[in-house]
Design a protein around this ligand. Structure first.
Ligand SMILES: Cc1cc2nc3c(=O)[nH]c(=O)nc-3n(C[C@H](O)[C@H](O)[C@H](O)COP(=O)(O)OP(=O)(O)OC[C@H]3O[C@@H](n4cnc5c(N)ncnc54)[C@H](O)[C@@H]3O)c2cc1C
Length: 384
């Protein structure tokens, strides 16, 4: 007889690993499975770094979740003795018409997150290496910054294994029976038996549950560039360079300073084309490089001719408006789905895990915005 776990968590990205953490901490027996390994290069939680910011425009829910998550990331970092957070500051750059930034100031004021409001001259003086001629004001979140992505998730999974979670590399198939599920099968033909199953399978969710999620989670191709910086220059490393988000530009560029000498990271937050996380090509076409060079020429001329030292193609797993999807499967009462990180989910991994474990273990309250029934099939991004 194979072992029966309290929980099987399918997917060891930021959402699944943090969910396994909270379930295990409550004393449950947990198996965590991943088809390619924690924070692998196809996963949305792969790669070097992620922004952690408190500002979400008018959206206090995600502001509060980011605040809570930062505490939990930091507590984790202290407990295991590994740096996972860099307090680089996060700089928002907007113009006078930017309602999102105006609401952000209000919300961060209400919840007592420190911020500095800056004029365009302040921005120019403090960061002369950036030439944002279309920006009229900015906001700095001095206590925010970036998280290490792959290495933090992998450290968390190692920590889970030490705490008694069983980790297995296996691709889990969708439930094969109707109603309550007793076992799920892996692609290798093994059976996993558990009281509750949690599919935290990121951009793979619409492939696992096509009927339910094909029209509710839309994976999009997102390109990331790392630029070499000039010899001996510290201009693109903290503390001289914060994370920044250039909101006045239609492609929504954002950048993270050079951490661990990997290069200055820059990407465009505008949603790309539809993308298959298993087989989608992860090589950058020359048109994208031309677009990047044109951007650098205007806004960061010092980097215009610096080499691209690394590129990545990752995918967002967008819901219709950017709200997460965390809910019970409508046809299987002991199967849960956690995903729809929508390009902003990494930072919230701890809050997702805390919320979902409380929902399942203590019948905690459900946030209507995360419910399956709140998910529409049109695409109208609203969470930034
Ligand atoms: C380019 C880019 C930039 C981003 N920037 C930010 C940012 O700055 N800040 C931020 O907070 N967020 C950011 N995000 C979003 C964030 O990274 C994601 O929302 C988050 O990592 C999603 O985590 P996840 O655990 O849901 O999914 P994933 O990390 O994809 O994890 C899902 C896991 O499930 C596994 N899996 C899939 N199918 C199966 C199966 N059948 N059986 C077993 N295992 C399976 C996969 O191998 C994978 O490891 C960004 C994302 C990208 C792509």
């Amino acid at each position: 007889m194979s072992k029966r776990y309290d929980f099987a968590v399918i997917g060891a990205g930021a959402f699944g690993a943090w969910t396994a953490y909270f379930l295990r901490r409550a004393g449950a027996s947990v198996i965590l499975l991943d088809a390619y390994g924690p924070a692998n290069s196809r996963a949305s939680s792969g790669g070097e770094t992620r922004v952690i910011r408190m500002g979400y425009g008018p959206d206090e829910l995600y502001t509060r979740w980011a605040m809570r998550s930062l505490q939990l990331w930091q507590a984790f970092s202290e407990r295991i003795g590994k740096k996972v957070f860099y307090k680089t500051g996060v700089l928002w750059l907007g113009n006078d018409a930017d309602q999102h930034l105006k609401s952000l100031v209000q919300v961060l004021g209400n919840v007592a997150v420190p911020l500095e409001t800056l004029t365009s001259n302040d921005v120019k003086k403090r960061w002369p290496q950036l030439r944002f001629d279309d920006v009229t004001w900015g906001i700095l979140e001095p206590e925010s910054g970036l998280l290490l992505a792959r290495s933090s998730v992998q450290a968390l999974v190692t920590d889970l294994i030490h705490s008694g979670v069983e980790y297995r590399e296996a691709a889990v198939l969708p439930p094969q029976t109707a109603g309550k599920v007793a076992t799920v099968k892996t692609s290798a033909g093994d059976y996993i038996s558990a009281a509750t199953f949690i599919y935290a399978s990121g951009p793979w969710l619409p492939k696992i549950f096509p009927e339910l999620l094909r029209e509710r989670i839309f994976p999009t191709r997102q390109e990331v560039f790392f630029l070499g910086t000039p010899q001996g220059s510290r201009q693109f490393k903290p503390p001289q360079m914060p994370v920044w988000l250039h909101r006045t530009h239609p492609d929504l560029p954002y950048a993270l300073p050079d951490i661990e000498n990997r290069g200055f990271k820059i990407a465009f937050d505008r949603h790309g084309d539809a993308f298959d996380p298993d087989s989608g090509p992860r090589v950058i076409p020359s048109a994208s490089i031309d677009r990047l060079r044109a951007y650098l020429k205007r806004y960061i001329p010092e980097l215009e001719n610096e080499p691209i030292v690394e590129t990545r193609v990752c995918q967002y797993e967008n819901t219709w408006n950017g709200d997460f999807l965390i809910d019970r499967h409508p046809e299987h009462e002991n199967v849960w789905i956690a995903g729809g990180g929508s390009g902003h989910g990494f930072k919230h991994g701890p809050a997702v895990g805390e919320y979902l474990s409380a929902r399942i273990l203590n019948d905690g309250p459900g946030e209507p915005r995360f419910a399956l029934e709140a998910k529409q099939t049109i695409r109208q991004r609203a969470v930034y």
